[in-house]
Design a protein around this ligand. Structure first.
Ligand code: SPV
Ligand code: MG
Length: 295
């Protein structure tokens, strides 16, 4: 699908209020993005800062180089067709950095970006005791406006007011001012272990643009329940880190079994056959090239 068509389709999907929110799943490299795309039922890829950082074994704290972030995101877009929602964290600096960064993501075939209202360098929202400092509303409005002025992608503004412990009133106030600055959707994040805080926010949200949630800490609700309990105000649910966590568990299990059994025979039936990996590498396309061009 052409870039503009992906952006328009994602915009329409987020605002549809059909009782079925769009679902994005995190990926950290082209292989995981392809696996998400091959699993029928997902609407978008979440190019997660947490997963990308974890895949380099570094903290999700503005440590990973922005160039690696961009190149990995571009590589995800090259191997599959779902729209990509890129997690730009704080925008890697101020509104000037945002204005220079955002067009590069659009050129990498990204359909939407998320900018969060934390200070740069950021810290992970999920980290116990993490540094959760927010920029002023005015400064963040400038970042949103800079993003909107530099691209046609969806600009999703994320407020960390609940994560920073500032309460629902401040979270709603920030959300409204971000919409005034041009945000196409508001991502509201919570690390409470129950959905109460997020549901209360969603119910109080005046509903001018769709909401986006990342229910990692409160996984109890099904996607249908999220739609019902928020009166369809949630247009997008992000499964924030499930690909990397699944990969880590699978690798740990296999590696431990190899040591325990002192050989590789036992894991053979548990792991993907080499033929699956060839397929993910696009072997069929290379065979076609061989047939046509190799003399
Ligand atoms: C990410 O996946 O990078 C996110 C979601 O931003 S969270 O890690 O929950 O902050
Ligand atoms: Mg992130």
């Amino acid at each position: 699908m052409a870039a503009r068509a992906k952006i328009n389709a994602l915009r329409a999907r987020l605002s549809a209020r059909t009782g079925k929110p769009a679902i994005a799943v995190a990926a950290h490299n082209p292989l995981s993005a392809k696996l998400v795309a091959q699993t029928y039922g997902f609407d978008a890829i979440w190019a997660s800062g947490f997963e990308l950082s974890a895949s380099y074994a570094v903290p999700d704290a503005s440590v990973l180089s922005p160039n690696i972030h961009l190149e990995m995101t571009r590589a995800m877009a090259e191997v599959q067709d779902l729209p990509i929602i890129a997690d730009l964290d704080t925008g890697f600096g101020n509104a000037i950095n945002v204005a220079y960064t955002v067009p590069r993501y659009e050129a990498a075939d990204v359909a939407a970006i998320v900018l969060e209202d934390k200070t740069f360098p950021k810290d992970s929202s999920l980290r116990p005791g993490g540094r959760q400092l927010l920029v002023s509303t005015e400064e963040f409005q400038g970042k949103i406006a800079a993003a909107k002025a530099s691209c046609s992608m969806l600009v999703i503004a994320r407020t960390e007011a609940l994560i920073a412990g500032l309460g629902q009133e401040e979270a709603i106030r920030r959300g409204i001012t971000y919409v005034e600055a041009g945000a196409d959707a508001i991502l509201i994040h919570s690390k409470q272990k129950t959905p109460d805080e997020i549901l209360s926010f969603c119910q109080a949200w005046p509903g001018t643009v769709p909401l986006v949630i990342v229910p990692t800490s409160y996984p109890q609700l099904s996607f249908d329940e999220i739609a019902k309990l928020t009166d369809n105000k949630v247009g997008l649910v992000i499964c924030g880190n499930h690909a990397i966590r699944a990969a880590v568990s699978a690798m740990q299990r296999t590696l431990a079994q190899i040591v325990e059994e002192n050989g590789i025979a036992g894991v053979e039936g548990e792991i993907a056959p080499v033929s699956d990996i060839f397929e993910l590498q696009g072997d069929a396309a290379m065979r076609e090239l061989e047939r046509k061009f190799l003399r």
